[in-house]
Design a protein around this ligand. Structure first.
Ligand SMILES: [Zn+2]
Length: 462
């Protein structure tokens, strides 16, 4: 992990004398107290602020009291006298990444480790989407309240399904509208932010959560200040839920889970009427391309497994599976492999279609499921959006500002972009992600709420 050339001041007096003269590191001196009254300025980096505007080649980002005080071209952005200077010439600064779809399995300690993995990788905001018991909800709320070693976290508590339906084992499974409303109120009382329902016909068509219960969940969620979101994979369900008042979907309308998934569909494109309805309801999709593509990605690219950081965040069973050449061959030599890839291309085309239609795309991964490594998976998802046809800039907006715009209070997030007044959640990169989106992995430093994250120790040791 190469360190940035920081002008860690030798002393306050020296700092004042030298402030504009040199960025040379003093080295070996005692670092300043964590909150310098004059703040800190990151100088000389390319600034990609998350709003989608053109990058600023040579920027100044002034940070004070945890927030961005100013960010813009060096020529026009004043550096306060006495500010600590961080020379970031040749680097790129982006907002911290926002991943709206993660699951935290296992014991509480494992969930905490997973959150740290995300922060190591510059995911400064995460959303736990439907698998949290009250103990994990409490951990997410603690992270949300400002723990410096965990990303900002939002949670949907325990999601909703149907008896014997998809993920019923970990979900609330109401069988009536009244029961559904009661369960939503119980979840809301825990202090969660979202409600999540799994609306898909897995394992069997009859076990899909019925429309009237979905509508009750949506209505009761809104009444209790929760944002309802739904896992779907059929267009008709999207339409019904939009009409019921829900406007965020996880995954896509291309069949992704269960029987029939992995086989190209005859007519995978959503209708114009559905796209129009979605736009009218300001709807967003959080596609999770990784949950599908990572089923074979490491079989095709076993060289990735040489990366010690990836190994540290990968599910141990998945690591073992993909480390086995026979398993890898079984995946890539399977007769249905080309079909699986063609079906996945349809999901990527869906992302491009809705994006071009003006529908918001926010980043999600399903990180924490077996094949999607925490943190690393968020970066890989960016690559999959670029492969889908979004530009690197559009992809970075999806992964920052758009995601931030969907968490409560909706449209009022104080993070997700590098603009004056926003929380200083950012990632300093060694290489330019606009030239190659995979450069988001060249992380030099991560800042959360204006403090540099101590990345050492965030990953479990082997
Ligand atoms: Zn999920």
């Amino acid at each position: 992990m190469p360190g940035i050339m920081a002008s860690t001041p030798c002393s306050k007096r020296l700092l004042v004398l030298l402030v504009m003269a040199t960025f040379a590191a003093c080295g070996g001196e005692i670092p300043p107290p964590p909150t310098e009254p004059a703040g800190l300025a990151i100088v000389g980096a390319q600034l990609v602020d998350g709003t989608g505007v053109a990058p600023v080649a040579d920027s100044v980002i002034v940070i004070r009291d945890g927030r961005i005080q100013a960010a813009g071209p060096r020529d026009t952005t004043a550096i306060p006298a006495g500010a600590e200077l961080v020379d970031a010439a040749g680097k790129t600064v982006i907002p911290g990444l926002v991943d709206l779809h993660a699951h935290y399995g296992g014991e509480l300690a494992a969930s905490e480790r997973a959150l740290k993995m995300q922060l190591y990788y510059g995911v400064t905001t995460t959303r736990s989407i439907g698998s949290d018991d009250p103990e994990k909800v409490a951990l997410m709320l603690e992270a949300n309240a400002g723990r410096p070693d965990l990303p900002r976290a939002f949670t949907a508590g325990r999601g909703f399904s149907y008896p014997d339906g998809f993920n019923a084992r970990i979900a609330n499974t109401p069988t009536s509208e009244e029961e559904a409303r009661q369960m939503v109120r119980e979840q809301a009382a825990l202090g969660i932010h979202f409600s999540k329902m799994w609306v898909n016909a897995v394992p069997e068509p009859g076990l899909k959560i019925p429309p009237e219960i979905r509508a009750a969940i949506v209505d009761e969620s809104i009444k209790n200040g929760l944002i309802p979101v739904a896992h779907i994979d059929e267009e008709a369900d999207a339409v019904q839920l939009l009409e019921a008042g829900l406007n965020e979907f996880l995954h896509s309308t291309v069949l992704t889970f269960g029987p029939g998934a992995g086989v190209p569909m005859d007519d995978p494109e959503p209708s114009q009427a559905t796209l129009d309805l979605c736009l009218a309801h300001d709807c967003a999709f959080t596609p999770t391309l990784s949950i599908t593509q990572n089923n074979w990605h490491f079989a095709e690219h076993p060289e990735l497994l040489d990366d010690p950081d990836l190994r540290a965040v990968m599910n141990p069973a998945a690591l073992e599976r993909f480390s086995n050449p026979e398993t890898r061959a079984r995946i890539v030599d399977a007769p249905e492999f080309e079909d699986r890839k063609a079906a996945f291309r349809q999901v990527q085309d869906f992302v491009k279609t809705i994006h071009d239609a003006g529908i918001k795309v926010a980043l999600g991964t399903d990180s924490g499921t077996a094949n999607v490594p925490m943190g690393w998976g968020t970066h890989h998802e960016l690559e999959l959006y670029v492969e889908a046809g979004l530009t690197p800039m559009e992809t970075l907006v999806a992964a920052t500002a758009t995601g931030a715009s969907r968490v409560p209070p909706v449209g009022e997030a104080d993070f997700g972009t590098l603009e004056a007044g926003k929380s200083a959640d950012l990632v300093v990169l060694d290489a330019d992600p606009l030239a190659d989106i995979s450069n988001t992995l060249t992380i030099d430093r991560v800042m959360l709420r204006g403090e540099w994250v101590n990345r050492d120790g965030l990953l479990p040791t082997p």
